[in-house]
Design a binder for this molecule. Structure first.
Ligand code: AKB
Length: 319
């Protein structure tokens, strides 16, 4: 029977993935973990939660052994902008954390899901229809850790037979948990401002086009990839996946179709703008579509309607 550990379960992906996995595999089968943020009521009340720092290799090994874990969704990571502000800490959390997870997976026979990112690409990568296999010379510490992570996961698969799988997530948009310190965070913050009736000041320039995805698709991607028969996968780690590609100005226009009075101004943050400018504008995800049936359900218009409706309802309830 599948026994799952999720690291970083209180983060943007983890707070929704935990509940989705508990629905599929059973509440007691999914152990959520986080380093410092207390879990949401939904996570706390729907199954086990433990405090865990992924840089603590012994604590991780004990937890995996005591709960008979056979699958680890390793989500704990610093995002791009916060990593750029703290590069040494980013290396420690993103790389040492992953090394600990892979070692425990090797010794205790676990499968691993590793979320990579569009951050693995850099300014020398073709920015449009970015192929699955192409030049990868990231210029951010976040991108360097994610690319090294993809390579390390491939190494553990080939060298030790550890079943590691992962996708390159674009910017993720969710109404449940806010992201913390990413370059694509504007695409979430903008909805809070629009629904609060206040103007939004965007930290990226109006024409900065990036790949994006609504969280329900991101969750389905992780679950589907992990459920796919391994022999169908030629890449295993770092599958390009995307659902939509837009600029801040295009997102504001789409929101104005629902809230005509919404206004946005720009105050460009040079650090995050430089990061965004080094990333692809739109990825080619045909390999993921072909090998494991990846298919997004939400394009931009559907995402905007759903996001506004769900966020409005949770803001009215004071959540
Ligand atoms: C970030 O902006 O750092 C993340 C990502 C694209 O990996 N959302």
């Amino acid at each position: 029977m599948t026994r799952i550990l999720i690291t970083g379960a209180t983060g943007q992906i983890g707070s929704e993935l935990t509940l989705a996995l508990r629905d599929i595999y059973g509440q007691e089968q999914v152990v959520a973990s986080g380093r410092k943020h207390p879990p949401s009521t939904a996570i706390r009340e729907s199954g086990p939660f433990v405090y865990l720092d992924v840089t603590d290799s012994r604590g991780l090994a004990e937890l995996v052994a005591s709960h008979n874990i056979d699958t680890i969704y390793h989500l704990a990571s610093l995002l791009s902008a916060v990593a750029e502000a703290h590069p040494q800490r980013a290396w420690q959390v993103n790389m040492d954390g992953l090394t600990n997870v892979l070692e425990v997976a090797r010794k205790q026979g676990c499968r691993v899901f590793f979320p990579s990112s569009i951050g693995v690409f850099g300014p020398t990568t073709p920015p449009d229809h970015t192929p699955q296999d192409t030049i990868q010379q990231p210029t951010t510490i976040y991108g360097i850790t994610k690319l090294s992570g993809e390579l390390l996961c491939n190494y553990y698969y080939k060298r030790f037979g550890v079943d590691c799988r992962g996708v390159r997530y674009p910017g993720l948009i969710s109404h449940v948990t806010r992201p913390g310190g990413g370059t694509t965070d504007y695409a979430v913050e903008i909805f809070y401002a629009a629904l609060s009736g206040v103007p939004y000041t965007c930290f990226l320039g109006p024409d900065t086009r990036l790949d994006m995805m609504y969280m329900p698709d991101a969750i389905r991607a992780a679950v589907t990839l992990m459920e796919t028969e391994g022999s169908r996968l030629s890449h295993r780690n770092g599958y390009n996946i995307t659902a939509m590609s837009f600029s801040p100005e295009e997102l504001a226009t789409a929101i104005r179709k629902h809230i005509p009075t919404f206004s946005m101004r720009y105050e460009v943050d040079p650090v995050r703008q430089a990061i965004a400018d080094s990333w692809p504008r739109s990825m080619d995800d045909s390999v993921a579509r072909r090998e494991w049936g990846w298919q997004p359900h939400f394009a931009m218009a559907e995402m905007v309607s759903d996001m506004l409706a769900k966020l409005n309802s949770s803001m009215e309830k004071g959540e």
